[in-house]
Write a protein that binds this ligand. Structure first.
Ligand SMILES: Cc1cc2nc3c(=O)[nH]c(=O)nc-3n(C[C@H](O)[C@H](O)[C@H](O)COP(=O)(O)OP(=O)(O)OC[C@H]3O[C@@H](n4cnc5c(N)ncnc54)[C@H](O)[C@@H]3O)c2cc1C
Length: 386
C-alpha cells in the first residue's frame, strides 16, 4: 500500500487546487503529471524577459470572488482588461462589435442611423447575442446583423470548430454579444487580473507544501491500474484505498475501449519579431480560411505596460482536429459538444460506476470547457466533498 491519502493525476488548475487544499488539511498527496512541468495548459515561461503562455494566451477574469481570493493567496496580480481588435475588411475593428466598431465599418451618416436604431431597439448599455440581432425585423438592424455575422462570427467559428457554415450551432455564437455601448472590453467580469510573476509561479507556490510529492514526466497509465468490475484502484501493483482524483482524458484512461472522444486542437506558432508587432494584445482574423488560415495572433508583451521595446513574441493560432499521434494537433484543447459525444462520454463515466474513491475533475476528465476560475471553484467544491 502507498502512504498517500490522495493521488492526483494532472498538475493543471484542477489538480493543483485539490492538491494544495488536501495538503493544507494534513493529507499526504502525490501528483502524477505526464508533462515535464506543472501548470497544465496555463503553464507559462519567460523568454527574453517576456512571459509566454506555452499553450495559448490565458487571461484571468471572473465574477467568482472566492476563486479569485483563493488564487491571490499564491501571488500578486495586476489589473488587466483584455481588448481585442479584428481585421475586418482591411480595418482594425474592436471586438466585441460595439458602437465604435459601427463607426469604423460604416460611413458617417449610415453609422449614425445604425447606432440610433440599435439604441432605440435594445437600449444603451445592453448586450445582444448576434443570433437575437439577426431575428430583428427592422431592415437596418437586419442588415447590420448580417454584416456582423458574416464578418465577425461565421468564418471564425468555421475555422475554430472545423465546421461548414450550415453546421454552426446558434448556441456557439449566441455566447458572444454585440455591445450597444462603447464598451470594448473582451470580458465583462468584475475581476480582471493577470498574475504579476506569471501562472507557473502561482503553481509553484500552490504546490510547495511538504505534504505534496510531484512526479513529472510520468504517465499515470504506467503506474495506475483499474479493476472496473471490482471498482478497485492499483498504484504500482498494490491496491490504493485513498482517493484518486483524475484530471486527464477519460477515453485515454479506459484505453479508448468505447472509441475516441473528439477534440479540437491548435497549432500554435511562436515567432520573434523586431519592435512591436500589432496594436492590441490579441488581434482576430475572422476572414475566410483561404485569406487567413489562422484565427488570432497574440502578442505577449502587450499584456504588460512595461516591456522590451526592440523585440517581441507572438503566437499565431491555427485550429485543427485533435489527433493523438499527429505531429501537430496532438494536444486535446476543446471538447466538441454534440449529443453523440455527450452520449459517449456518459458511457465512459458509466464504466467507472463501481468506484467509490475515484473522482473525475477538470476540462479533460469532465469533457467540458471550463475557464480557470470555474475549474478552481469546482476543485474547491470537490475538496469539501472529499
Ligand atoms: C488555448 C486556450 C486558451 C485559454 N484561455 C483561457 C483564458 O484566457 N482564461 C481562462 O480562464 N481559461 C482559459 N482557458 C481554459 C484553461 O486552460 C482551463 O480552464 C484549465 O486548463 C483547466 O485546468 P485543468 O486542470 O482542468 O486542465 P489542464 O490544464 O489541461 O491540466 C490537466 C493536466 O493533466 C495532465 N495529464 C493528462 N493525462 C495524464 C496522464 N495520463 N498522466 C499524467 N498526467 C496527465 C496533463 O498533462 C495536464 O497537465 C484556455 C484554454 C485553452 C485551450
Amino acid at each position: 500500500m502507498s502512504n498517500y491519502d490522495v493521488i492526483i493525476v494532472g498538475a493543471g488548475f484542477a489538480g493543483a487546487t485539490v492538491a494544495q487544499q488536501c495538503a493544507e488539511k494534513g493529507r499526504k498527496v502525490l501528483i502524477i503529471e505526464k508533462r515535464k512541468h506543472i501548470g497544465g495548459n496555463a503553464y507559462d515561461y519567460m523568454l527574453d524577459g517576456i512571459d509566454v503562455h506555452a499553450y495559448g494566451p490565458h487571461i484571468f477574469h471572473t465574477n467568482n470572488k472566492e476563486a479569485f481570493e483563493y488564487l491571490k493567496r499564491f501571488g500578486d496580480f495586476y489589473p488587466y482588461e483584455h481588448r481585442v481588435l479584428g481585421h475586418i475588411q482591411d480595418k482594425l475593428v474592436p471586438i466585441p462589435f460595439n458602437l465604435k466598431s459601427i463607426e469604423l465599418c460604416f460611413a458617417g451618416k449610415i453609422a449614425d442611423e445604425l447606432k440610433e436604431v440599435l439604441i432605440k431597439e435594445y437600449g444603451m448599455g445592453n448586450k445582444v447575442p448576434i443570433m437575437e440581432l439577426r431575428k430583428n425585423n427592422n431592415p437596418q438592424v437586419h442588415m447590420l446583423a448580417d454584416f456582423i455575422f458574416e464578418n465577425v462570427f461565421k468564418y471564425y467559428t468555421m475555422k475554430q470548430w472545423g465546421l461548414k457554415a450550415e453546421e454552426i450551432d446558434p448556441a456557439v455564437t449566441a455566447r458572444v454579444p454585440v455591445n450597444v455601448s462603447y464598451d470594448d472590453r473582451y470580458f465583462n467580469d468584475q475581476y480582471q487580473y493577470m498574475p504579476l510573476n506569471g501562472y507557473t509561479a502561482l503553481f509553484e507556490e500552490m504546490l510547495k507544501d511538504d505534504n505534496i510529492d510531484i512526479l513529472l514526466n510520468t504517465d499515470a497509465k504506467d503506474h495506475i491500474d483499474l479493476d472496473l468490475d471490482k471498482g478497485k484502484i492499483y498504484y504500482r501493483g498494490k491496491e490504493f484505498i485513498g482517493k484518486l482524483v483524475y484530471t486527464g482524458a477519460l477515453d485515454e484512461l479506459l484505453d479508448y475501449k468505447l472509441g475516441e472522444l473528439p477534440y479540437r486542437s491548435l497549432d500554435l506558432v511562436l515567432e520573434k519579431h523586431q519592435g512591436t508587432f500589432q496594436k492590441a494584445a490579441t488581434e482576430n482574423y475572422p476572414g475566410n480560411i483561404e485569406t487567413y488560415p489562422y484565427t488570432r495572433i497574440t502578442e505577449y508583451k502587450l499584456f504588460k505596460e512595461t516591456y522590451p521595446q526592440d523585440y517581441t513574441y507572438t503566437h499565431t493560432e491555427y485550429p485543427l482536429a485533435y489527433k493523438r499521434d499527429g505531429e501537430k494537433g496532438n494536444i486535446p484543447y476543446y471538447p466538441i459538444f454534440t449529443n453523440e459525444n455527450d452520449k459517449k462520454y456518459k458511457a465512459y463515466v458509466n464504466e467507472l460506476k463501481n468506484f467509490h474513491n475515484l473522482y473525475l475533475l477538470g476540462r479533460l476528465a469532465e469533457y467540458h470547457y471550463y475557464n480557470m476560475d470555474a475549474i478552481i471553484a469546482k476543485a474547491l467544491g470537490l475538496v469539501c466533498k472529499l
